[in-house]
Design a protein around this ligand. Sequence first.
Ligand code: ADP
Ligand code: MG
Length: 161
Amino acid sequence: MQTVSLSLLNEHKTVEFGSLMSKLCTSLCLKLKRSLLVTLEGDLGAGKTTFSRGFIKACGFSDVVRSPTYTLVETYDFDLYSVYHFDLYRLLDPEELEYMGIRDYFSKTSVSLVEWPDKAEGMLPEPDIRIYFTYKADTRDIVIESELVEQSELDAVKAGL
Ligand code: ADP
Ligand code: MG
């Protein structure tokens, strides 16, 4: 298991972190030609949506990135891949994911960012990258874990911040 810990000193750094992870994840999903699952764990206000905004903007999306709090998922289609941003906080029953056609989301060249993955209770594939966000008074602490990404690539993300 490759892992790295880092600290994000302000909101801007969280956006930048999202942007760096976007470069890494989109090139990986294009190389592997499959869907990549990135889970985002942490309390409310820990920075998951801020990270996702940085991620999606860095893919070339120039409009406002909306939080999928009520819609459960927002889709962003780019030329070569799609990004699906899930927020499962309000998911009442994991069965709902079945009705949404959750399997289709994981059968395309895509990156799925999933806030509150534990709400899916086993309806998601095994994550390729897990990101843990911890709320601190003025900063956010991050741990990234992955079996897929090289240690040097994780170290490069930390060094780039
Ligand atoms: P979540 O999606 O995890 O509930 P949000 O991204 O919606 O969290 O909210 C995070 C809040 O914390 C926002 O108000 C944002 O401005 C702030 N924030 C994000 N990253 C940092 C950081 N690194 N340091 C301090 N505040 C941050
Ligand atoms: Mg959120």
